[in-house]
Design a binder for this molecule. Sequence first.
Ligand SMILES: Nc1ncnc2c1ncn2[C@@H]1O[C@H](COP(=O)(O)OP(=O)(O)OP(=O)(O)O)[C@@H](O)[C@H]1O
Ligand SMILES: [Mg+2]
Length: 263
Amino acid sequence: MATTTLTTTEDRTEVGHAARIDHVSKSFGGPEGQQLVLDDITLDVAPGEFVTLLGASGCGKSTLLNLVAGLDRPTAGSIETPGGRPALMFQEHALFPWLTAGKNIELALRLRGMPRSERRAEAERLLELVRLGGAYGKRVHELSGGMRQRVAMARALAQDSQLLLMDEPFAALDAITRDVLHDELTRIWRETDLSVLFVTHNVREAVRLAQRVVLLSSRPGRIAREWTVGIEQPRRIEDTAVAELSVEITEQLRGEIRRHGQH
Ligand SMILES: Nc1ncnc2c1ncn2[C@@H]1O[C@H](COP(=O)(O)OP(=O)(O)OP(=O)(O)O)[C@@H](O)[C@H]1O
Ligand SMILES: [Mg+2]
């Protein structure tokens, strides 16, 4: 088991994709019979690529992410993540409140098989990476919302997965904290070989972060359109180019929402 994390490992480059979602559909059974939530989704995430999945509330974004995470199975189609089990980060930090920040991270390291003697130093390194050096001994309730999300990010990175799945991880934060965490996430992503599939319903956030924005339609969720974002990183959410593309994407998103009679 490798004990270094997030190195720019050449041994990962032979894999053609970090995730391959191939003609995936998902239905749930309910009182009104089967409900088709995702319809024939095909999407690849390349190694090292940052993709945001954008769509209205209820369109199936979390459902798709859960399928990629292996938490649920598609009704039809297949999903491959050749780099192994992806790391997952949710809107709520889901840290264990009875453990310190450091111990939360060490738990992920232990699950990964890292020997006990190496865990503490690695947890501290990961806390440094998310700019929380010194928070090792802090309990979850002693941390602000933004700090908790940083610990959650460090814990996700501790899994040393090739693919990081993020489900609206910053949605509960104020705009300034979110801005800072966008910068941190972009920095970490650029410094490593991580692939990211990031779910949001915030168009600006999608454009701020991604190399590619994939818009899902609603009921059922289908890929409506995608954009390659050529704007140089690091970007700012208030950059004119980010704003302009966001306007274009918002128009499409509004069209999707209108078509399905929501809001
Ligand atoms: N386990 C489940 N059983 C039944 N229906 C489900 C289940 N999970 C999700 N759904 C339904 O699938 C649809 C999509 O839900 P999902 O949570 O994927 O949407 P979302 O795009 O993530 O929305 P939001 O932006 O609000 O988080 C919803 O209609 C939801 O009720
Ligand atoms: Mg969701």
